[in-house]
Write a protein that binds this ligand. Structure first.
Ligand SMILES: *Cc1c(COP(=O)(O)O)cnc(C)c1O
Length: 323
């Protein structure tokens, strides 16, 4: 399928950076002597677990909604997601005074439904086994004139996500390597644009769950590979394929795609909590897990890790970290 819109460029990242200014948090870049000693490298963590609503997705959602025309704004936005994208769209829409409709599966965790409603989202529940959420989304969009914003495969979403790495490079300068969690590729594609302009020699790595390495297969074969929904605790990266906008940007700017197993993610969750006093969701641990695997190649280097999110309920957190 052909893309209707042009691919985003670095100019779109700087424009997005201006739009989110004052709405998104400029998240801190944290360091840890323990991890720098472990890797023999200087490691910088861009902490998007401390972003509004708990993940970088607020950046892309807010940037996309800020670009709506007056007509689009009046009718509002529709999104389908049970995860961080839903909350990001609901929060961004609330801040921009527009209605948001979020289509969620009947078995979505009650906490996520409640959080989305709490941000002012109008939640429409569908039966995951009997109904097709894309069709429901499209019908709602057609009937009420809503604009659909997908979780990753949209130029404005990609440009917004790229502002996290933009801030990181602005703050710490050039890096030798940068590790980024990978689902559908919005964060990685946006990061590759920022890297290309601000730190072109950085070796950029996307990191997926081991059980869902469609991005690695796509990157290595040169065409988008589709897989079944992978079984992993990294629920933010349970995507089945990269997108038509994200894939070419990833092909162009990324050095390689790596994977990490669930137990490695748990070890990183424990590290973040015990040593750095931060709560990171399993998907947010993908970058550090891959950096740890590549330890031998990172000695003496300046290494960035994007910590993409921190949304995990406490019961799940304690269950996983006591395994
Ligand atoms: C959505 C998400 C990802 C994956 O982002 P993509 O843009 O789909 O690649 C990674 N981490 C967290 C916490 C997320 O919510």
């Amino acid at each position: 399928m052909d893309n209707l819109l042009p691919l985003p460029t670095f100019n779109d990242i700087t424009a997005a950076n201006g739009r989110i200014n004052g709405y998104a948090h400029r998240t801190p870049v944290l360091t840890s002597r323990t991890i720098s000693e472990e890797l023999g490298a200087e490691v910088f963590f861009k902490c998007e677990n401390l972003q509004r609503m708990g993940a970088f997705k607020f950046r892309g959602a807010f940037n996309a909604l800020s670009r709506f025309s007056e007509t689009q704004r009046k009718a509002g936005v529709v999104a389908f997601s049970s995860g961080n994208h839903a909350q990001a769209i609901a929060l961004a829409a609330g801040l921009l005074n527009m209605p948001a409709t979020i289509v969620m599966p009947h078995d979505a965790p009650a906490a996520k439904v409640a959080a989305t409603k709490g941000y002012g989202g109008n939640v429409v529940i569908y039966d995951r086994y009997k109904e097709d959420r894309e069709q429901i989304g499209r019908e709602l969009a057609a009937k009420h004139g809503l604009t659909l914003i997908p979780p990753y495969d949209h130029p404005d979403v990609i440009a917004g996500q790229g502002t996290a790495a933009y801030e990181l490079f602005e703050e710490v300068g050039q890096l030798d390597a940068l590790f980024v969690p990978l689902g559908g590729g919005g964060l990685l594609a946006g990061t590759s644009l920022s890297k290309g302009a601000m730190s072109p020699d950085t070796a950029l790595y996307g990191v997926e769950p081991e059980s869902g390495n469609d991005g690695q297969q796509s990157f290595r074969t040169g065409s988008i590979v589709h897989i079944d929904t992978p079984v992993t605790i990294a629920d933010g990266a349970q995507t089945q394929h990269l997108g038509n906008y994200t894939f070419p940007l990833i092909q162009k700017g990324v050095r390689d795609i790596l994977t990490a197993g669930d137990q490695e993610l748990i070890n990183c969750m424990k590290f973040f909590a015990a040593r750095m006093k931060i709560i990171v969701e399993p998907t947010g641990c993908l970058g550090l897990a891959a950096a740890r695997q590549m330890k031998d190649q990172l000695a003496g280097k300046r290494v960035g890790v994007i910590v993409s999110g921190g949304n995990i309920d406490l019961a799940k957190f304690s269950e996983l970290t006591s395994r």
